[in-house]
Design a protein around this ligand. Structure first.
Ligand SMILES: [Mg+2]
Length: 239
């Protein structure tokens, strides 16, 4: 998944709001900024799980300066979007939000500002809001990523099933083909996707109509699922 991090008060302190990694005197002289304790390990963990990590900030720091600071702590990120680029892109797309991660293909954004959380609901993007004083910030991020990841697979699977069932009106004939399609497009194994199929069956959203030939059908309960919020509930009710 493409995950973006805010900088100020999320990874870089504005004052003394969180503990920071060690930085030597030379680094200070070279303009290396302080960074939240645990950042390097968190980012490397996420990258190890196959996620791409990006920086998305509304600060005007240059990309070079940001890369320079991150490099000092052994952090390598994919893309950096600063306010210069952010303003340009959002203006050209006429988006009236301080941040809009989908404009940069970021699928989940991590930020300290409640305002960004409000924007995420209004503009329909995924965000995790972390308070600067939150000691369990890493755990909260990891849990949030897991949830978003699951939601993304389930959404993609449902979209495929809606298509194959002509919007819940016909039985689904090509379940294994659908699973393969979802696996391909989300970069997961078929085994992983099958778990979500069983989740839908076990919770009575989908039922096996016949084994020979293999046919599935949406139940009355399943036909009602339409919005992200309803899809989220499927996962919540299980977890
Ligand atoms: Mg911030």
């Amino acid at each position: 998944m493409n995950i973006s991090f805010d900088l100020d008060s999320t990874l870089i302190p504005k004052g003394k709001e969180f503990e920071t990694e060690k930085r030597n005197g030379i680094a200070k002289l070279l303009g290396i900024e302080e960074i939240r304790k645990g950042t390097a390990e968190l980012i490397s963990d996420l990258q190890g799980e196959g996620h791409k990590v990006h920086i998305y900030t509304t600060s005007f720091r240059t990309k070079g300066k940001i890369r320079w600071t991150l490099k000092y702590y052994g952090i390598k990120v994919n893309r950096i979007v600063n306010q210069t680029e952010n303003q340009k892109v959002l203006k050209s797309r006429k988006i009236n939000s301080s941040k809009f991660p989908p404009a940069f293909d970021f699928e989940l954004h991590i930020d300290d500002l409640k305002g960004v959380g409000i924007e995420s609901e209004r503009f329909n993007f995924k965000a995790i809001i972390i308070e600067p004083i939150d000691k369990n910030w890493i755990e909260k991020i990891k849990k949030g990523i897991q949830k978003t990841f699951e939601l993304r697979i389930l959404k993609r699977l449902l979209k495929e099933l809606w298509l194959q069932s002509d919007n819940c009106t016909e039985p689904i004939e090509s379940m294994w083909f659908s699973i393969q399609e979802v696996a391909k497009s989300t970069g997961n194994t078929r085994k992983e996707i099958r778990k979500y199929l069983y989740l839908l069956v076990d919770n009575n959203y989908l039922e096996l109509k016949s084994e020979e030939p293999l046919l599935f059908e949406f139940t009355e309960k399943g036909k009602k699922i339409k919005t992200d919020l309803e899809i989220e509930k499927i996962i919540k009710n299980v977890g």
